[in-house]
Design a protein around this ligand. Structure first.
Ligand code: DNO
Length: 356
């Protein structure tokens, strides 16, 4: 297992690489280039510069999160083939720089949805929360709420220029139902897999967050059954998953340790996002500290499932709360993710020694 920490780049993240290097057990930065629109090529020199900066700090970048999939690919528009060619060339460039895993998602329009970006918990800390009542209203209201609470950061998945004309975006997806989205996903996977195998880069799709349809948009990466459908597009370790414990657990019917055992067991999960959430009833939840006792997920069972099924991939803590006065990028501050790592490392060591 290699522990990573998501980082948005020196001009986009308030956390210096030197600080990340000081978190015990962290060897990887999970990075990306954020200013290249989905569908365009990531130039080799840009990736080389990013990797050089990360390596100069004593860390590596084996995992990229995300190389986003364009709307043309998801909708199935004629330009999708040009975008897929760019994706393949990006895979080759990433491989030349040592990247082993690409985390991505296949969600139309919104990458993830929360209704409160600064929900205050009893202990005074802040976290991200979801209240189903608030997504019954207009999309514009949700957009505004996210924008107003982002602590001034630009959030991936919520690019203002892309979402400026939200109505046209919804129109473009108007005839994309689950079946069509699944067909377009299969088309994409089958087109890129030979390149992934050739360049030794594993694709790891992130579950839908939350794992259910909202605003009438199709969602096809929600549960074990969906993952099996995607696996069957092209059965190879290169066509795999990012098992995001928090996203999956947002549906209480998802048995997260069982999903880990199944897909890690078949070598289909090179990347885990470890996060806890607390169900608050009626499909609502808020994110919590990583500890089992703070949320609805048993994190000991999560780590045990990963280890017992032979996980040797990359893991990172997922969203942390804002604590100790920090006003970080929502979900991606330093302190609580640092605490999350310490805890995950402790669980990892305890499980491994306990099983001897
Ligand atoms: C949210 C993240 C997601 C994730 C993408 C992967 O904080 O977990 O934005 O990076 O869905 O493409």
């Amino acid at each position: 297992m290699q522990m990573g920490f998501r980082w948005y780049g020196s001009d986009n993240d308030s956390i210096p690489l030197e600080y990340i290097r000081q978190i015990p057990g962290v060897s990887q930065v999970v990075g990306a280039i954020f200013d290249i629109p989905a569908g365009e090529l990531w130039p080799l020199e840009r990736i080389q510069a990013l990797v050089a900066e990360i390596e100069a700090a004593g860390l590596g970048m084996d995992v990229v999160e995300s190389v986003n999939i364009s709307d043309a690919i998801k909708i199935g528009l004629p330009e999708r083939d040009r975008h897929i060619e760019n994706y393949i060339a990006t895979i080759e460039n990433l491989s030349k720089c040592g990247v082993k895993v690409i985390c991505y998602n296949f969600m139309p329009i919104f990458d993830w949805i929360r209704t409160d970006m600064r929900y205050q918990l009893e202990d005074g800390s802040y976290c991200l929360a979801f209240d189903s009542k608030l997504v019954e209203g207009s999309v514009e209201e949700v957009l505004k709420r996210v924008e107003d609470n982002s602590n001034g950061y630009l959030l991936p998945g919520w690019e203002p220029e892309r979402l400026a004309d939200i109505k046209s975006l919804f129109e473009a997806y108007s005839d994309v139902d689950e079946k069509k989205l699944t067909d377009n996903f299969r088309y994409f996977i089958q087109a890129i897999m030979p390149a992934c195998e050739k360049f030794d880069v594993r694709m790891a799709v992130h579950p839908d967050d939350p794992p259910r349809s909202l605003f009438g948009l199709p969602r096809i990466v929600k549960n074990a059954e969906d993952l099996r459908v995607i696996e069957a597009f092209y059965d190879s370790p290169y066509n795999g998953f990012t098992l995001c414990t928090g996203s999956l657990a947002e549906n209480p019917e998802n048995d997260v340790p069982a999903i880990i055992r199944e897909f890690v067991g078949r070598d289909k999960a090179p990347f885990i996002h470890a996060r806890n959430i607390l169900h608050t009833g009626n499909g609502n939840f808020h994110e919590s500290a990583h500890l089992s006792s703070y949320g609805s997920l048993d994190m000991y069972e999560v780590i045990r499932a990963a280890q017992e099924s032979g996980f040797d991939g990359y893991i990172r803590p997922d969203h942390g709360r804002d604590i100790w006065g920090e006003q970080g990028r929502p979900g991606y501050g330093l302190y609580d993710r640092g605490l999350g790592i310490a805890y995950l490392n402790g669980l990892w060591e305890a499980v491994s020694k306990g099983s001897k």
